[in-house]
Design a protein around this ligand. Structure first.
Ligand code: SF4
Ligand code: F3S
Length: 104
């Protein structure tokens, strides 16, 4: 499966939801996640993310993000259409410490 990682937080460009063939993205106030039970591992979303926030879960160090995506996919609503990107998305793009700042 693929996972959404830290750089999505507060960037939320949402190009990813438009290309997913199985509509497996879920949306919170500050970020999106992928439902690991629904993702078919096609990989088309990965290059679409302007923030390069989508990674295969086989990359090293993804354990925390695998758990994060699974947890919030069960709590947040499904999303299939691109919404408004936050006005300050560019300022947050690439900032370290976003997970800590937003999810404590
Ligand atoms: Fe959707 Fe494919 Fe991305 Fe999985 S890898 S979230 S199925 S676009
Ligand atoms: Fe987030 Fe990238 Fe999608 S910033 S909302 S994973 S396009």
């Amino acid at each position: 499966t693929y996972v959404v990682t830290e750089n999505c937080i507060k960037c939320k460009y949402m190009d990813c939801v438009e290309v997913c063939p199985v509509d497996c993205f879920y949306v919170g106030a500050e970020t999106l996640v992928i439902n690991p039970d629904e993702c078919i591992d096609c990989g088309v979303c990965e290059p679409e993310c302007p923030a390069e926030a989508i990674k295969p879960d086989t990359e090293p160090g993804m354990e925390g993000w695998i758990a994060f995506n699974a947890k919030y996919a069960a709590l947040w609503p499904n999303v299939t259409e691109k919404g408004d990107t936050p006005e300050d998305a560019k300022e947050w793009d690439g900032k370290p410490g976003k997970l800590e700042a937003v999810f404590g």
